[in-house]
Structures are given as C-alpha cells and as structure tokens.
Design a binder for this molecule. Structure first.
Ligand code: AMP
Length: 383
C-alpha cells in the first residue's frame, strides 16, 4: 500500500482522503494547526512548513507528497522534491502563488488576461492607473484568497483609499493593479494531467461569487459546452508548460465567447466539488490517481449539478437531505463567519428538474437568494 502525504489538512485534504481510501491509498497529513478537519479521517501531525527540516519524518514516511493549500513556500516543495515525489511541482506552486507571474504565464501560454501592472510604491500606483485606467482592482500579488487583499477603484480619485487599505503590503506581498473586467459571468475549467502527459478536463463550470467567495457552481451549461473546447485547450497548454501532474483549476472571466484567465489553483478546487456526484470520476479521485501514477478516470458528466457552499455555518441538514438529489458534505469544522464549513451538491436528470430541486432547497432552509441566479441560469440554459 502506498502512502500519499498531504501538506494542509483542510476540507480539500479531507475529500482527497474520501476519494483515495477506496483506491487502497494510505494518507499522512501535516498541518500547522492540530485540529485541521482532515485529521478526523486520516493521521495528522502538527508541523510548521516554514522550515523544511521540520518535514523530515513526513518526507521519509510518504511515497508521494501533494498539497491542499497552495501557499506552502515553494522552497519547502523544492526541499521535499529532493527527498520524495512531489506533485504538483515547485514551479507550478511558485507561479500560482504570484498573480504577476501567473498572468504572465497565462499570456505566454496563449490565454489572454485583463491588463495588469505590478505596483511597488504609491507613485507606482498612479503610474499603473495612468496605464490601465479605471475602474480597476488593486490586489496583493501573493497570499490573497477568497477576495481578501483586494480594493476596487471606481476612479483614479480612489487611489489614496486603495493605498491606505493595501499599501502596507507593497514591500512584503507585493501589489498588482488589474483593469476591471465587465464579464458576462465567471467560469472555471477543472482539469487533470498525469505524469505520462495524459490530460482530461471536466465540462466548464459556471460560478457565482458573493463578497469574493465562491457561493454556487453549476455544470454543465450550454454556453459552457460551446467554450469548453477552447477552455480545455488553454488548461492543457498551461499544464504542459508547467509539466503539471495532478488536478488543477483555471478561473476564467467570460465575455461573449472570449475567455480571460484570472488565476489558477494548483490543487483541487471548490468549483470542482460538484464532480464528486456529478461526474463519472471526481476531481479528488483523479488527483489521487494522477499523483500516485494510476490511470486517469472518465471526466464525463453523470448529472447536471449545482454545488452550494455553506459559509460561516451549516443550514439544517435533515431538512435538506430529505429532499431528492441532495448530497451533503459537512467538513467537521467549527462555525465561524466567512469560513467554508460544508457544501451540498444538488443533482438532477435535466436542467428543469434541477431548477425545481433548487427551489425546494432554497425554500427549505431560507437560502432563496443563493439559489436564485442558478435557477435563472437553468431556465435560460437548457443544459
Ligand atoms: P480573485 O481573488 O482574483 O479570484 O478575485 C475574487 C473575485 O473578485 C473574482 O471571482 C471576481 O468576482 C472578482 N474579480 C477579481 N478580479 C477582477 C477583475 N479584474 N475584474 C472584475 N472582477 C474581478
């Protein structure tokens, strides 16, 4: 039996364990906190990964190491690579950790992005604004997630406020100014690549964010199918450029039939959670297969599916699992504002039935506002 080590013990690690155990894989998890929720399912040691030497025992114990968290320092991934197989590689992590490197890489691989410029000083912000124009978004280059570390500038007059909000990060995390994209909708392409170069993508997923945090995902959609080939080709070019092994996601802005790359997650991703029930093989199972050197599984859709994130606290489980087509995922985390504590995926045989089921779900637990845009999309987009 082979052991897969995971750096980071959150819900992504937890779902990797759920997918990998039936394949006969053992797990060993390290996290900086002792009560990380994947520790409820697999052995977890508390280790800081700032100093790689602390991972000596972990490196000995595991056959392959992977990540549930992309901000593990790239030098830690490099140190590990000298001792065990690591997937994805340190280059993929380092590129995805820095929005400037990431967008530059997207462009180099043929995926357009919005206009952007690195910002190092207050005067540099004015120069970037002069180049890019407003509206724009100032973001930290590194360590931003779920809409944190971002400031929206409606006009150039907001530059002082933007600097007051984020200027203190200029020297440490770096800053980037991006032209605001008037997208029709947000989407993601979830894909997987094996060490042999074998590549598969799931159908394009449509995503809705609230306050910068993913709220709901829907797949497949008719428009998603029409841009699916292009999205998968971009994902493939990126994976080949990075010599990427494992599952990953590229987040996209969609304007008509045009795709702009926003960012990539070098790991399984929240917008791919629907694949657990909605696809023949989930992103979690295919990630385990890819990094352990097993054949990849079919990424075809089984059911039109909608994933609903539970942020802060879980709604009433029993009211929801009593409804048809509802699949429940409790991450075993303590409730806390802004924290992802679970999700549900609602599946149906067709879009009209999915819309009806989502109505029932929204009514049952007072989440009408969360399901409303998805119901609207199901009605206009006959999956
Ligand atoms: P990010 O952390 O880059 O994924 O940004 C979080 C969310 O902010 C995205 O999912 C979008 O909803 C929004 N956003 C980020 N960048 C832009 C942009 N350049 N133009 C418009 N909206 C954006």
């Amino acid at each position: 039996m082979q052991t897969l080590g995971i750096l980071g013990g959150g819900q992504l690690a937890r779902m990797l364990v759920e997918a990998g155990v039936p394949l006969g894989v053992r797990f060993s998890i390290v996290d900086q906190v002792a009560d990380a929720c994947a520790g409820q399912l697999a052995p977890l040691s508390t280790v800081g990964w700032d100093a790689p030497e602390k991972l000596e025992a972990f490196a000995h114990e595991v056959d392959v190491a992977t990540f549930d968290f992309e901000n593990v320092p790239a030098h830690t991934a490099e140190w590990l690579s000298a001792r065990t197989r690591v997937a994805p590689n340190a280059l993929a992590l380092a590129t995805a950790q820095d929005r400037v490197l990431e967008k530059t890489m997207f462009r180099g691989c043929g995926l357009p992005t919005t206009e952007f410029a690195p910002v190092a000083t207050r005067a540099g912000l004015d120069a970037a604004l002069a180049k890019i124009g407003a509206p724009a978004i100032l973001k930290t280059r590194r360590e931003g997630y779920d809409g944190k570390g971002q400031f929206r500038l409606k006009t150039a007059a907001d530059a002082n406020a933007a600097w007051a909000a984020l200027g203190m990060h200029a020297a440490t995390r770096g800053l980037i100014l991006e032209a605001f994209v008037p997208f029709d909708y947000e989407a993601s392409v979830i894909a997987v690549r094996a060490a042999s170069g074998e590549f598969r993508a799931w159908p394009v997923t449509r995503n809705w964010h609230v306050n910068g945090i993913l709220s709901t995902s829907l797949a497949p959609t008719v428009h998603g199918q029409s841009i699916g080939h292009a999205a998968a080709a971009h994902a493939r070019a990126i994976a080949e450029h990075l010599d990427y092994v494992g599952a990953f996601t590229v987040e996209l802005f969609v304007l008509g039939d045009e795709l702009l790359g926003n960012e990539m997650a070098p790991r399984v991703h929240n917008s791919g959670h629907w694949t657990i029930e909605g696809a023949v093989t989930s992103q979690f199972e295919n990630h385990v297969r890819a990094v352990m050197g097993m054949p990849l599984g079919d990424t075809a859709v089984r059911f039109p599916s909608c994933m609903l994130n539970w942020i802060g606290e879980l709604p009433d489980r029993d009211k929801l699992i009593a409804l048809p087509g509802v699949h429940w995922h409790d991450y075993g985390k303590a409730p806390r504002p802004g924290r992802k504590v679970g999700h549900a995926t609602v599946c149906a045989s067709d879009a009209a039935t999915l819309a009806k089921r989502l109505e029932q779900v929204g009514r049952a637990v007072g989440r009408e506002a969360q399901v409303a845009p998805v119901i609207e999309a199901c009605r206009h987009d006959h999956l």
